[in-house]
Design a protein around this ligand. Structure first.
Ligand code: SAM
Length: 223
């Protein structure tokens, strides 16, 4: 039955590629998750990856309890549930991804644009916190997908984030050490816009023994 439904969903998508944008988001997600099983390749990561578990069970709950206006950068089928931390007031949570296909995984306020252009979409000082995980330095050539890699591009990103955050705002940055062994601070990419902070319960840097992911905590300076 599921296989039949999946074949039907693929057939409809091929015949009417724009039809999915007409579906209500809950129904669209249901088809993708329950009928097409798009999260199946990520099941193990969601169950076992220490960075993913930390993000979901410690970092994001703390972020939601501590900060009012939060931006989450880069949406995927395995990140849509993060909006639940903002159920008290979905207007607190904004998502952004430059790939229009990932809009369905975004929150109530989703922006389809590059994070480098966030300041064209939100006014200065708008966010109290930005979560920038899995955006820096990655490259997946077989999917023709890559994050923000070049030094000048990362600098532009840092300046844009600085513009849309209030002074004292919290920036959580996560990346893979295999993509970028040195941190943005060590590379001199944050000065004078952000400085490391001990503010969150896990401190300024969170590593995961035996895992390539790392998260660092920064505070927006007052300049
Ligand atoms: C690794 S995935 C998901 C990252 C997600 N934030 C997480 O925590 O796993 C990266 C996503 O970031 C998006 N992305 C990459 N570079 C971007 C940019 N410059 N602006 C906006 N989105 C970007 C891609 O389209 C992709 O959907």
């Amino acid at each position: 039955m599921k296989t039949l439904l999946a074949a039907l969903a693929h057939g409809v998508n091929r015949a009417f590629p724009k039809a999915k944008s007409l579906l209500p988001k809950p129904l669209h997600r249901f088809v993708l998750l329950r009928v097409l099983g798009v999260n199946r390749p990520y099941e193990r990561m969601l169950r076992e990856n220490p960075e993913r578990l930390f993000l979901q069970h410690e970092a994001l709950p703390w972020v939601s309890d501590t900060y009012r206006k939060v931006l989450f950068v880069g949406t995927a089928s395995y990140t849509h549930q993060y909006e639940d931390f903002f159920r008290d007031d979905p207007d607190r949570y904004t998502t952004i991804d430059r790939n229009p296909a990932t809009k369905v995984w975004g929150g109530k306020h989703h922006i389809v644009a590059s994070i480098l252009d966030i300041d064209k979409h939100r006014p200065p000082g708008f966010f109290d916190c930005i979560v920038l995980n899995g955006i820096l330095a990655y490259s997946i050539p077989e999917l023709d997908d890559h994050g923000v890699i070049e030094r000048e591009e990362i600098r532009k990103l840092v300046e844009a984030l600085h513009r849309v955050m209030r002074p004292g705002g919290f920036l959580l940055v996560g990346w893979r050490l295999t993509d970028m062994p040195a941190s943005p601070v060590e590379l001199g990419l944050l000065d004078p816009y952000f400085v490391p902070t001990e503010r969150p319960p896990w401190g300024r840097r969170k590593e995961f023994p035996g895992d390539i992911h790392v998260l660092e905590s920064y505070e927006r300076t007052a300049i």
